[in-house]
Design a protein around this ligand. Structure first.
Ligand code: AVJ
Length: 324
């Protein structure tokens, strides 16, 4: 048996959580939606297009950096298994799998992602390309389902790439790192964490407001997901994409702003939501980090920064961390 899939949060609980999140987010004084709802099939494809945009530097910078450091990372450390949080299409993971499964070493890959439609085909491709790989996929939400990651089968490497950690605010980040720490019981286990760094505001803002409008479409797609999920009648085109860097909080904020008054029915929730002209929905935060900040947050959760790798422009860092 080379392939196993666990589905945590079945269709029904996922639906209940969505309803709960939408109700809470859209009836609050400051309206918001959790960014995990960007990623239905269409949203995942839009995100893949974002990663190819000239302005969106994180993915290609992290990939290049990863290619560069993989040989030295896996010279003396060879994990028996790789647990990847928010695995997505697992494109970057291949560089790591190439190194750790060289010479036919058997390795287990445990990807966790909310989107089953992305996870399954990606697992199938990996099984085809790596004949000695075993895959135990987990469909779940990394903020709730890390406890469902199967127990370790040897030395473990946890991957949390793409600066996905940047979507979480401080308390959620601390909870997640503590949960991740719990997945690394052996002092020889390792964590590889990708973080986007604080940099020039113009570069940051262009990355989240590209000239081709793909990020705008990605942002608006969340309203389609909500329409489908709670039988709503949002007009996505009536909401403007707004992305800016909040320097004091060190984060990009993405909002969807109603240009005119909007009256939205969410039939499944029996809710009527009104927007004043200029009122928005906060759809995403993308925090940016410094080395000091990263060292701090790791130390708070029983992890220690072991190696810090950055690209030549200092745009993005790969953090090699170990349990303390
Ligand atoms: C998936 C969290 C890494 O914050 O850069 C890209 C998502 N949002 N463009 C990010 C995203 C808008 C992305 N992460």
């Amino acid at each position: 048996m080379r392939y196993l899939i666990d589905v945590h949060s079945d269709e029904r609980t996922r639906q209940e959580r969505l309803e709960e999140d939408v109700r809470r987010g859209l009836t609050a004084r400051r309206k918001s939606l959790p960014p995990k709802y960007f990623y239905d099939r269409a949203g995942s494809l839009l995100f893949e297009r974002i990663t190819e945009l000239p302005e969106y530097y994180p993915t290609r910078t992290e990939s290049a950096l990863l290619a560069e450091i993989v040989p030295e990372l896996f010279r003396e450390f060879l994990p028996d298994e790789i647990v990847e949080i928010g695995a997505g299409s697992a494109e970057k993971t291949r560089r790591i799998l190439d190194a750790v499964s060289a010479g036919g070493r058997p390795v287990r890959y445990v990807p966790l992602d909310v989107d089953r439609q992305t996870l399954e085909p990606s697992a199938a491709r990996l099984l085809r390309d790596y004949p000695r790989l075993r895959v135990h996929a987990v469909v779940g939400d990394f903020e709730r389902d890390l406890a469902h990651v199967p127990p370790p089968a040897g030395r473990r490497l946890a991957l949390f790439l793409g600066s996905t950690i940047g979507n979480l605010d401080e308390p959620a980040r601390r909870r997640l790192l503590a949960d991740l720490r719990g997945l690394l019981p052996d002092h020889r286990d390792r964590l590889l964490l990708g973080v986007d760094l604080v940099k020039d505001v113009k570069i940051l803002e262009a990355a989240y407001d590209d000239s081709a409008g793909v990020t705008r479409d990605f942002n608006r797609n969340i309203l389609r997901v909500i329409n489908r999920g709670v039988d709503g009648d949002f007009d996505p085109e009536a909401f403007r994409h707004r992305a800016f860097y909040n320097e004091a909080a060190a984060r990009i904020e993405m909002h969807l702003v109603a240009d005119s008054a909007q009256h939205v029915k969410l039939r499944r929730l029996g809710l009527n939501i009104r927007f004043r002209p200029g009122e928005g929905i906060w759809t995403e935060s993308s925090y940016k980090f410094t080395r000091d900040h990263v060292e701090h947050m790791l130390a708070e959760t029983g992890l220690a920064l072991h190696e810090w790798h950055v690209d030549p422009s200092n745009y993005f860092a790969l953090v090699w961390a170990r349990p303390t």
